[in-house]
Design a protein around this ligand. Structure first.
Ligand code: MN3
Length: 249
């Protein structure tokens, strides 16, 4: 069995390599172009039942998220002069320096690839507790965890159309909730997103995240997510955001 210290090390290592642009396996095929990979789920499709059904998880990950990764790579491939060697977080933080012709494609599809990987890793079928440090911050900012969740749900319900609701740490080190439209992400920085936080939890409010099971009942779906939040992971992300000013997948 792994010690908790080695689990944390593995998690940090994962966070730092998860979106490595990996060298193409075929040396004859444009050897210098790097490709971003579809981040694998950490649990089986049915692990989040009954709150998120297996079919939704499968389609959401294997079709929607995979399509964002494919289109991200296709956009990079289409621009001969552009060969990013950054983890996806770095590419998204520096969109203003990407070629103008493919910037929107990188924003939409790179955002879609990264946001979903981050989203899935915020859930777990295993119950876990908040760290003492994170719990204290939650109580200071929101009174209680339940009240924080109500505010996240309200923000997500209030996001018109498709987008995301986020919990994160702002520049003053305080917990904040905000939303972004489409596949925009707080990690894209102020030039793209008004959500100036280091995210620690994401909620997808695109209909594809819930429509098969909940149809138009967005609020009911969001309320149920409370049962599957990976508080251990969110606490680790909080600690890293606060102390190192860095996002963790
Ligand atoms: Mn989605």
């Amino acid at each position: 069995m792994k010690t908790s210290a080695s689990k944390i090390m593995s998690a940090l290592l994962l966070a730092s390599v998860a979106f490595c642009p990996c060298a193409n396996a075929n040396p004859n095929e444009n050897a210098k172009k790097m490709k971003y990979q579809l981040e694998a789920l950490e649990y089986p499709y049915d692990a989040l039942e009954p709150y998120i059904d297996a079919e939704t998880v499968k389609i959401h990950h294997d079709k929607h998220q995979a399509a964002y990764v494919d289109k991200l790579n296709a956009a990079i491939e289409s621009e001969a002069s552009f060969s990013p060697d950054l983890p996806l977080e770095g590419l998204l933080a520096d969109l203003q320096n990407a070629p103008e012709k493919i910037r929107t494609a990188l924003r939409n599809n790179g955002g879609g690839a990264w946001n979903h990987a981050f989203y899935w890793r915020g859930f777990s079928p295993d119950k876990s507790q908040m760290s003492e440090e994170f719990k204290k911050a939650v109580e200071e900012s929101f009174g209680s965890a339940e009240n924080m969740w109500k505010q996240i749900v309200a923000a997500a319900v209030g996001q018109f159309g498709s987008g995301w609701a986020w919990l994160g740490v702002n520049a003053a080190g305080k917990l904040k909730i905000c939303t972004t439209p489409n596949q925009d992400s707080p990690i894209m920085g102020n030039s793209v997103s008004s959500c100036a936080i280091i995210p620690i939890l994401a909620v997808d409010v695109w209909e594809h995240a819930y429509y098969l099971k909940y149809q138009n009942r967005r609020q009911e779906h969001l309320e149920k997510l409370w049962n599957i939040i990976n508080w251990k992971r969110v606490s680790e992300r909080y600690s890293r955001a606060l102390k190192e000013n860095k996002v963790s997948l």
